[in-house]
Design a protein around this ligand. Sequence first.
Ligand code: NAD
Length: 494
Amino acid sequence: MQRISHWVNNKVVVGTSGRTGKVFNPATGEQQAEVDLASVAEVDAVIAKSKAAFPEWRATGMSRRAEIMFRTRELLDANRKELATCLTLEHGKVPSDALGEIARGIENIEFACGIPALMKGGYSEQASGGVDVYSIRQPLGVVAGITPFNFPAMVPMWMFANAIMCGNTFILKPSEKDPSASMFIADLLRQAGLPDGVFNVLHGDKEAVDRLLVHPDIQSVSFVGSTPIAKYVYETGTKNGKRVQALGGAKNHMLVLPDADLDMAADAAVSAAYGSAGERCMAISVVLAVDTIADALIEKLKTRVPNIKVGPGTDPSAEMGPLISREHRDKVASYINNAAGEGATVVINGTDKAKDAGFFLNPSLIDNVKPGMKCYDEEIFGPVLTVMRVKSYAEGLKTINDNEFGNGTAIFTRDGGVARQFQYDVQVGMVGINVPIPVPVSYYSFGGWKASLFGDQHMYGPEGINFFTRGKVVTSRWPDPRTSAVDLGFPTNR
Ligand code: NAD
């Protein structure tokens, strides 16, 4: 059985806790590896190595750091296929999805290459008589990233690229369900010339996370995962004096207005709902169809959904792979199986004829969904698209704003004025106008509102730089010592 161990000081370090987790191939349902789960002592040891590496890395010139990041980008580019295979084997993604994830991740590396230009502070000459004032940004120290199973390559890149370019040393605690991508990336960083201890990978579960959240040498925690754990990480981390950004779950609505091109809307809804088997925090989960076009839209969805080719990522024609685990597949199936009893209409039931081997589930379509039903109230995180019928734009907007999550949303319309009003009023962090998955490009920042984000800095982009640095303002003067005198008044500007 393959064993996946930690990555410390640019080397694989075999775990000593005696605890391991199982890593499955979701397409076959078979265990293919075991992953070491770190003990408190192992977490402490990695933090000590990261702390030891910090002073030298911080002192390394920004152009040298950028050179390493450029090389990392080139290595990632050259190894896209191998990394994609790694994602297919452990997560189950089909190649088009895996390669898309890697491409969007690489954008964050490219952004980070330009960070020296964005770390420039301000300078005010003669702020007062003979006094200059300037600002600088400095790294925090040892920072940690805790990531979910659904983007095992991209989400770590959201975090570490900015963190290490800003001069921090970084500890990644990836999902224990698909831990190999982080090891693959770690080795590319080594090949790119990253010094020992700047990027470490610590595999583990709650025990490792809990230690990272309280250890005094961890300065910040970046988290992406489900809402209950995001809230817990935020509360525990901040209580222990850390800076925390914790991104949680989602329930993303797509509002389709009567003037929208319905074929375009149906294509977009199907792509965004079932891509990656619905295991994306930006997946469209609910279509809000205005009554007058709801039947027509449902018909268009109904013709598209059965054409989705479900299969293992090793089959080049497959468009949608399996879910991450047997338990998760069964949980997703339970939402579909309970929907009719709650008063919804199951138009296409993906639990029928789902493959036995592997964690597959076919796409499902559920109509007449309403708040109060489990399939509406909870994040399903699977290949299930629900449709809620609304009387008007106003009712659609209110539905979105009443929802506890606020990660992504989309509006489909040809009316620019209404779209602009929607962008103004909607209580959601990332908005698409005729764009179903509005993941911001790397030079903006990613983050939801409400129960989709705990903390005040979004991830990557400019807010990522703020998060991984601390500001300092210097006030300086070089007066002639002969003019010096005692003055107990509060300094005022002259
Ligand atoms: P998860 O919350 O179960 O796990 C995320 C991380 O937390 C993992 O590294 C895991 O080891 C750790 N963890 C799990 N339980 C823990 C506990 N009790 N105490 C401490 N640490 C714990 O999430 P997941 O199932 O891996 O990922 C799917 C979820 O992530 C979905 O809810 C999805 O919406 C969300 N997600 C959000 C975003 C976003 O940007 N908002 C992006 C991707 C995924």
